[in-house]
Design a protein around this ligand. Structure first.
Ligand SMILES: Nc1ncnc2c1ncn2[C@@H]1O[C@H](COP(=O)(O)OP(=O)(O)OP(=O)(O)O)[C@@H](O)[C@H]1O
Ligand SMILES: [Mg+2]
Length: 430
């Protein structure tokens, strides 16, 4: 039986794809581990006023923007890119690319003129510039009021607190003494220090083992950087919940996944999270959907989570764009996160987030031989069912330059196939 607990105000949608999945065994005790909800749409009529209804402006030209291009081709959606560099991953494949920085407010406003809607490949756009776009009548999805929660970890923590969402103990701090006080009021050191803004891939996150460590981090920080301290969560694993929300209020939730981070960088994602109970999966998906609705997120919302030994799930951070923990959906789900992001920002009905197979494992390719192409003969010959995505980026040690996805019925085999291929590209032989 299809089991779905709809949040208040939402109705479960039972599309044909949903029904097919009823028989699919899943980690969630044989029940469907994805949900798709519809709030009866009040269609956004502002889109109809724009002549070109299919131009999605994307700020930022990394691999996320690049991977939006594939479903954009199929849907005949035109992507208009604001690329910081002509050789950036997405600028290499998107014809309509303007080179410039979103920190240049005038350029941003001018670039947005011919966009139906503006969305983002990264969070590093000054919030006041997004507000300026909105004030000038441009549709930004997500909007500035939502996006600030993905831009500023302190703002996000305050909001999660008000919403009563479980999260690590935390505090704003500005001196070493404040960090020590915070530590001593809880479990002591280690403590995690984070820059409120500007972090990614673990940059902007420091693990302080002692008061001296904490003081060194605080003292080395430029004055304008706001810091927060968090208890060090002794998690058993990291999870991520990915939901997509349209301006009409429709939501689709992908199965909760397990992610493995090394040195602050995601290395592997298993979908669905192995051995997660149906209760925890549904509860986590509903928390993510509630956050999306409360914050009025449009597009993809990724909620990074810690699962603790006592079965609690705590929110680590939010991202409001396609997310590394959702890359498996390109090959492993009926509708990829990239397609659903485009559909959402254009306020189109969302596609089914149902998985196509029992398991999907995504492994990032972090660094490798200068010519990643040379990895193809072995990888393709060994595993004809493997899917490879290279981002067209210059290879540097540890840099995220692509990913592979394997899917199938046996988890151990799928994990081995994905890990082997990623290791092969990385040049350590698999
Ligand atoms: N409070 C914490 N306790 C234990 N580990 C933590 C804590 N906060 C962060 N981490 C670890 O550090 C990683 C990076 O932290 P976080 O996600 O906040 O940083 P980020 O640089 O913004 O990441 P992203 O690459 O997702 O943008 C987490 O995935 C987790 O492995
Ligand atoms: Mg993170």
């Amino acid at each position: 039986m299809y089991v779905a607990l709809a949040p208040p105000g939402y109705l479960p949608i039972l599309s044909r794809a949903d029904k097919t999945a009823e028989n699919r065994p899943s980690a969630a005790g044989g029940k469907s581990s994805y949900l798709c909800f519809q709030r009866l749409p009040a269609r956004d009529t502002r889109l109809s006023a724009v002549v070109d209804r299919n131009v999605v402006g994307v700020v930022g030209a990394g691999q996320l923007a690049r991977m939006m291009q594939q479903p954009a081709i199929a849907l005949d959606v035109r992507i208009r890119l604001l690329a910081e560099d002509a050789s950036a991953a997405a600028a290499k494949v998107i014809v309509d690319s303007t080179v410039g920085t979103p920190r240049d407010r005038d350029l941003l406003l001018q670039w947005a003129q011919r966009c139906t809607v503006v969305t983002f490949d990264h969070e590093h756009v000054p919030t006041e510039h997004i507000r300026a776009l909105e004030a000038a009548g441009h549709l930004c999805r997500p909007g500035s009021a939502a996006l600030v929660h993905a831009q500023d970890k302190a703002v996000m923590r305050e909001r999660m607190q008000r919403l009563g969402v479980a999260q690590p103990r935390w505090s704003r701090v500005s001196t070493g003494d404040e960090v020590t006080e915070f530590a001593e009021a809880g479990k002591g050191f280690p403590i995690v220090l984070k820059a409120a803004r500007g972090g990614y891939d673990g940059k902007g996150v420091w693990f302080a083992e002692s008061a001296a460590d904490a003081a060194a981090v605080v003292n080395a920080m430029p004055d304008e950087v706001e810091l927060l301290a968090e208890e060090h969560v002794d998690f058993v694993r990291e999870l991520a919940a990915l939901v997509v929300r349209s301006p009409s209020g429709q939501q689709a939730a992908y199965p909760v996944v397990q992610s493995v981070q090394r040195d602050g960088i995601c290395v592997e994602v298993v979908a669905p999270a192995p051995e997660i109970t149906a209760e925890l999966a549904v509860q986590t998906e509903q928390t993510a959907m509630r956050i999306a609705a409360e914050l009025d997120v449009t597009g993809v919302l990724a909620v990074e989570l810690f699962e603790t030994a006592d079965g609690q799930v705590l929110v680590n951070e939010l991202a409001m764009r396609p997310h590394n923990t959702g890359h498996w959906t390109i090959d492993g789900a009926v509708t990829s996160q990239f397609e659903n992001h485009l559909r959402a920002v254009l306020d189109l009905p969302l596609g089914s987030p149902a998985p196509r197979s029992r398991w999907a494992v995504m492994a990032n390719i972090l660094g490798g031989a200068p010519q990643l192409f040379d990895g193809y003969p072995h990888v393709f010959a060994r595993d004809p069912a493997l899917k490879v995505h290279l981002y067209g980026k210059g290879v540097r040690p540890g840099r995220k330059v692509g990913h592979v996805t394997a899917y199938g019925d046996d988890l151990d085999t799928v994990v081995e196939r994905a890990r082997h291929a990623a290791a092969w590209f990385r040049g350590d032989g698999g």
